[in-house]
Structure formats: C-alpha cells, structure tokens
Design a protein around this ligand. Structure first.
Ligand SMILES: Nc1nc2c(ncn2[C@@H]2O[C@H](COP(=O)(O)OP(=O)(O)O)[C@@H](O)[C@H]2O)c(=O)[nH]1
Ligand SMILES: [Mg+2]
Length: 312
C-alpha cells in the first residue's frame, strides 16, 4: 500500500516515514504533501513559545495529558534543539516524555537538528499538515521564542501561547517585541515564584496599549506547570480562543492568509530553482557575472533578459 494511504488509515510508521521524507526533502515529499492536502485543516494547532527554561515542554506535556483525558488525540512538534523531548534531557524530563510517547494517542516529533531555521519554518508547517491529515485533534508546536525565524515557525499555529516567567528583571523589556505581538494567550508560568503580580500588571498594561488586537484581547493566565496548577483555566482559554477563531471568521481569514503565503513561498522556491538550473547549465551565470564586473550591463537588465527568456 502507498505511504499516504497507510498514513490516512492510521499507521504511525507511515506517519513517521512521511515526516522523515519531509524533513530531509526526499523526492517523494512533494507527492506525499500533495496527496494528504485534501485531508488537512481539521486540527487545532497550538503554538507554545517563550524563552528557554520557561516551562514550555512541561506545559505542553501537561496540556497533552489533559486533552488525552478528554479523548482527543495529540501531535507534538518540538522545534527546539535544546528541547528535552529527546536527548540532553535531565532524567526527570526523559521519564515524563517516555510516559507520553508510550501513549498511542500521542505522536511526538522533535525537529531542528537539521537544516536552516528558514527551511525549518516551511518544514514545520508541512509536518503539522501530516499530523493533521493523520487525524490528530490537537497539534502543539513548541519553539523557543528568540528571533524572527521562531516567529515564522509559530505562524503555522491557530492559537499562540507565549510562556513567560516572573523575576527576569526588566521583564517586559527583556522580551522580544515580535513575540508579544503574536501572543493570543500569555502564560505566567512558575507562578510559585516571586514577581508574579508585577509581571501580570506589566503584561496587562502592555496589552491595553496594543491597538492591533481589537477582535481578541489576549488573556493572561498563571500556571505552575510542574505541579499542574492553572491548567484547567488555561485549557478553558484555549477553547475560548478556538471558539472565537471559528465564530468571528478569524480562523478563515488567518488560514487563507497562510495558504496564500505558502503558495507564494512554494512558487518562489520553484521559480528560483528552475531559473537557476537554466542559467547554470550552459555557464550563462558566469558570463552574466563577467559582464557585470566589466560594467557592460546592469543587474536589472540581466534579470529582465533572463525573465523574458524564461517566460517566452
Ligand atoms: N518552580 C517551577 N519550576 C517549573 C515550572 N514549570 C516547569 N518547571 C521546571 O523548569 C525547568 C524547565 O522546564 P522546561 O519545560 O524544560 O522548559 P522549556 O525550556 O521552556 O521547555 C524544568 O526543570 C521544569 O521542571 C513551574 O511552574 N515552577
Ligand atoms: Mg522545551
């Protein structure tokens, strides 16, 4: 049987193989993604981001168990080289994660050891699609929120949870602005520590000042992930956000913007590849460069020539 058929029938092995194909850009990846495409778009994709050590993995683990308790199936994509999901874990983390991976209703995949972060964003979207087609109800993307690439990764999510911890000094200033803008739900984890009130106040003030969030005012929740405290409230906030997305039409809007973006990225990649292939084969590229160096032509004129040739 074909790998996609197997995947759609619930074979975890087929899912694992498909993910490997996507991760490594194997030849078959394109056709797999094409065949599963009609079966995607059902899952609630939840992004979990925040600084290293904030408790993202602990929180993801606890949330996954809550959803499992409700009978929902869960996929987890950990996009974090330092994630304790695999390797480099302290013993406690490893035991905790093993418990989760032994549940056949949970599929966990760690990414980020291969390829550039840029390619990683696209691959994350694709892995999420595979898990979605496989039939996962909830898909978590865990990623460290430090730069633009991570923000790009999290764009694949329907709901973005930003995990923060109290006591980092100038709390809000320490956090990248880009991360604050993408948060639908803010979690103050390690609420068992000092500085919770201050961080909470700062967050609320900042959210009040943000004019962009008119439809959904992000909410702030407190958790002690390691003890499972605050999970019920967080789960409720996640459900509320999902309901908001669906009823307001925001889900549709976000997904169509994302679909458009994906199409453009794909188109871009393929056009660039085709053009590059064409102009390198006959050594044209080198002669273009030579003409530039000799000031015989401008780059604009060359690009126009190449495009005119290609589109003929
Ligand atoms: N005190 C306290 N420790 C926590 C809490 N949540 C997680 N931790 C601990 O913080 C450390 C980092 O957690 P982890 O989930 O790996 O963070 P990540 O890097 O954001 O994924 C681990 O040792 C956790 O046990 C919490 O609410 N309170
Ligand atoms: Mg982690």
């Amino acid at each position: 049987m074909d790998i996609v058929q197997e995947l759609l029938r619930g074979s975890r092995r087929a899912l694992a193989r498909a993910i490997t194909a996507v991760e490594n850009d194997y030849e078959e990846a394109g056709s797999i993604l094409q065949d599963i495409y009609p079966f995607t778009g059902r899952a609630h994709v939840i992004g979990i981001t925040g600084p290293p050590g904030a408790g993202k993995s602990t929180l993801t683990d606890k949330l996954a168990k809550e959803y499992r308790g409700q009978g929902k199936t869960v996929g987890i994509v950990a996009v974090d080289p330092t994630s304790p999901f695999f390797g480099g874990a302290i013993l406690g983390d490893r035991i905790r994660m093993n418990e989760l991976t032994m549940d056949p209703g949970v599929f966990l995949r760690s990414m980020g050891t291969r390829g550039s972060l840029g390619g990683l964003a696209r691959k994350t979207v694709e892995v999420v699609k595979l898990m979605d087609a496989f039939g996962k109800d909830i898909i978590f993307i865990e990623t460290v929120g430090v730069g633009q690439s991570e923000v790009d990764v999290i764009k694949a999510a329907d709901t973005t949870v930003v995990v923060l911890v109290p006591g980092l000094g100038d709390d809000i200033q320490a956090i990248k602005a880009g991360i604050l803008e993408i948060g639908d739900i803010f979690v103050i984890n390690k609420a068992d520590r000092d500085g919770v009130e201050r961080l909470n106040t700062e967050l609320e003030m900042m959210l009040d000042l943000n004019p962009e969030k008119t439809l959904w005012r992000p909410v702030v929740k407190r958790t002690v992930a390691s003890r499972g405290e605050g999970l019920v409230e967080l789960l409720e906030a996640l459900e509320n956000h999902r309901t908001f997305l669906v009823t307001s039409g925001e889900q549709q809007r976000r997904r169509s913007a994302r679909t458009k973006n994906e199409l453009l990225v794909l188109l871009n990649e393929h056009i660039s590849k085709k053009v590059l292939e064409k102009i390198t084969v006959g050594g044209e590229l080198d002669s273009f460069v030579e003409r530039l160096e000799n000031h015989q032509q401008t780059p604009y004129a060359i690009v126009n020539t190449i495009l005119a040739e290609m589109l003929r």
